[in-house]
Design a protein around this ligand. Structure first.
Ligand SMILES: Nc1ncnc2c1ncn2[C@@H]1O[C@H](COP(=O)(O)OP(=O)(O)O)[C@@H](O)[C@H]1O
Ligand SMILES: [Mg+2]
Length: 226
C-alpha cells in the first residue's frame, strides 16, 4: 500500500511531536529509526489512526485515516514493545480466536483459522498453553498471529524486539521479514534489523531527516552520534 503523509504535524499541548512531515512510501519493509522522542511512535500511530494529525493528511492505501478510522484500523495491525499488554484471553488459541470475533464465523472455522495462524509463526504446539506463561519472544509471535489472522494489509511494529534477548529477537525478526501478505513498518533501535528493510526513514526532534537506502541512512545516523 502507498503510505502518504502530506504536511502532517502532531502537537501535544503546544509541543511539536511531528513537524510538517511529507513522505511517500510503498516498499514492502519500511524501517523507522531515530533517537528517543524523535517522533517515531507518533508516526507509527498516525498510520492506523491511534494518533490524529493536528494538521495535514495521512493516506494509507486509498484510505484517509482521519476520515475513515474504521478502515484504517482494519487494514493496519499494530504490535507494541510489551507483548504482555497485547494478550487479551487466557490461552494462546483463545487469544487468536478473539481477533476473529467481529467476523462472526462459526467456531470450527474460527478455530481452524486461529490454528493456521499459530502454525504460520511456529507456535502451533503452544495453542492450549496459558498465554502469560509463554516466553517474551513467543508472546510477540502470538501477537503477530493475533494481528495477522484478520489479514491486515499492513503491520506496524513499534520496537517489537525492545524487550527481547538476541535469540527471541531473531525469532520475531524472521517472523516479521517472513510475512508474505503484509507490508511492514518496523520502528526499531536495532540497526541490524533496520538494515534488512527495503527503505529507512529517519526522524529527529519531530523532523523527517532522511529517507533512503537503509545502509546509507544508518551510516549517517551512526556518524551523527559519534
Ligand atoms: N500522548 C502524548 N502526550 C504528550 N506528549 C506526547 C505524547 N506522545 C508523544 N508525546 C511527545 O511527542 C514526542 C515524540 O514522541 P514519540 O513519537 O513517542 O517518540 P519516539 O517514539 O521516537 O520515542 C516526545 O517529545 C513525546 O514526549
Ligand atoms: Mg516510541
Amino acid at each position: 500500500m502507498r503510505i502518504s503523509l502530506d504536511s502532517v504535524s502532531v502537537e501535544w499541548d503546544g509541543n511539536v511531536a511531528l513537524n510538517r512531515v511529507s513522505l511517500d512510501l510503498d516498499q514492502k519493509n519500511i524501517a523507522v529509526i531515530g533517537a528517543n522522542g524523535s517522533g517515531k511512535s507518533t508516526f507509527a500511530r498516525l498510520l492506523n489512526g491511534l494518533v490524529k494529525p493536528t494538521s495535514g493528511r495521512v493516506l494509507v492505501g486509498d484510505t484517509d485515516v482521519q476520515a475513515d478510522p474504521k478502515t484504517a484500523q482494519r487494514q493496519a495491525g499494530f504490535i507494541f514493545s510489551n507483548p504482555d499488554l497485547q494478550i487479551i484471553m487466557p490461552t494462546v488459541i483463545e487469544d487468536v480466536e478473539f481477533s476473529l470475533k467481529p467476523r462472526k464465523l462459526g467456531t470450527t472455522e474460527t478455530s481452524a483459522l486461529a490454528r493456521a495462524a499459530l502454525e504460520r509463526f511456529g507456535i502451533g504446539g503452544l495453542a492450549d498453553r496459558r498465554a502469560h506463561e509463554l516466553s517474551s519472544g513467543q508472546k510477540q509471535l502470538l501477537a503477530l498471529a493475533a494481528v495477522s489472522v484478520t489479514d491486515p494489509k499492513l503491520i506496524i511494529a513499534d520496537e517489537p524486539t525492545a524487550l527481547l534477548d538476541l535469540r527471541n529477537t531473531q525469532q520475531v525478526a524472521e517472523a516479521l521479514f517472513g510475512l508474505q501478505e503484509q507490508q511492514v513498518v518496523l520502528v526499531t533501535h536495532d540497526l541490524s534489523l533496520a538494515a534488512r528493510c527495503d527503505i529507512a526513514v529517519r526522524f529527529e526532534a519531530g523532523q523527517l531527516i532522511e529517507i533512503g537506502e537503509p545502509a546509507e541512512v544508518i551510516a549517517r545516523y551512526r556518524r551523527d552520534y559519534e
